[in-house]
Design a protein around this ligand. Structure first.
Ligand code: SF4
Ligand code: SF4
Length: 170
């Protein structure tokens, strides 16, 4: 119970801070997109590793609570196998098409998120869940718009962007 309260306070603080910094972060990431440094991937990946030594996703799960990953055909087949249902039944029960024609979960929080923030289908979760929040991928400069959106969802992304500002604007 105390842990849940701490987690709620952590997320409430994050929401306030991310909103307060939203405009500044957008301007910074727009500028970075136009002139990314050659070593941006290395800087970002090092920040990612450092930030995730301090942030434990099990105390957060804000991505699973507030947004849906894109669920591709291979994910659908794998998750359906895991649940021992047909892919068509998985689609009917849990998925809908978004405005871009991609499958996403019908609801947030995710139907597979458990009360202790564990993922019920962790080993078979969608590829997008494995790759989130994308701060250790190659060609990071290509996803700076998405990264700005993610500063409003993921406390780790907010910290990575703070780290980038400190290193690049210095
Ligand atoms: S990836 Fe980000 S939003 Fe998702 S649980 Fe981890 S810290 Fe929270
Ligand atoms: S499938 Fe698992 S990791 Fe992905 S959003 Fe749902 S609970 Fe989170």
């Amino acid at each position: 119970m105390a842990e849940q309260e701490n987690n709620s306070r952590f997320l409430a603080r994050f929401r306030e801070e991310s909103q307060n910094k939203s405009k500044e972060n957008k301007a910074f990431l727009d500028k970075l997109r136009k002139r990314p440094p050659a070593n941006l991937d290395d800087i970002t990946s090092a920040l990612h590793d450092e930030v995730f030594t301090r942030i434990n996703c099990l105390n957060c799960a804000n991505c699973c609570k507030t947004t849906s990953p894109i669920v591709i055909d291979r994910d659908i087949d794998r998750i359906a196998r895991r649940l021992k249902i047909k892919p068509s039944a998985l689609i009917e029960q849990y998925l809908k098409l978004d405005e871009d024609g991609d499958y996403v979960f019908t609801q947030a929080p995710c139907p597979f998120l458990m009360p202790d923030n564990y993922c019920m289908i962790y080993d078979d979760r969608p590829r997008a869940c494995r790759e989130y929040p994308h701060t250790n991928r190659k060609r990071f400069h290509q996803i700076l718009k998405l990264t700005w959106h993610n500063t409003l969802v993921c406390p780790a992304v907010l910290e990575v962007v703070e780290g980038l500002k400190a290193k690049i604007l210095r």
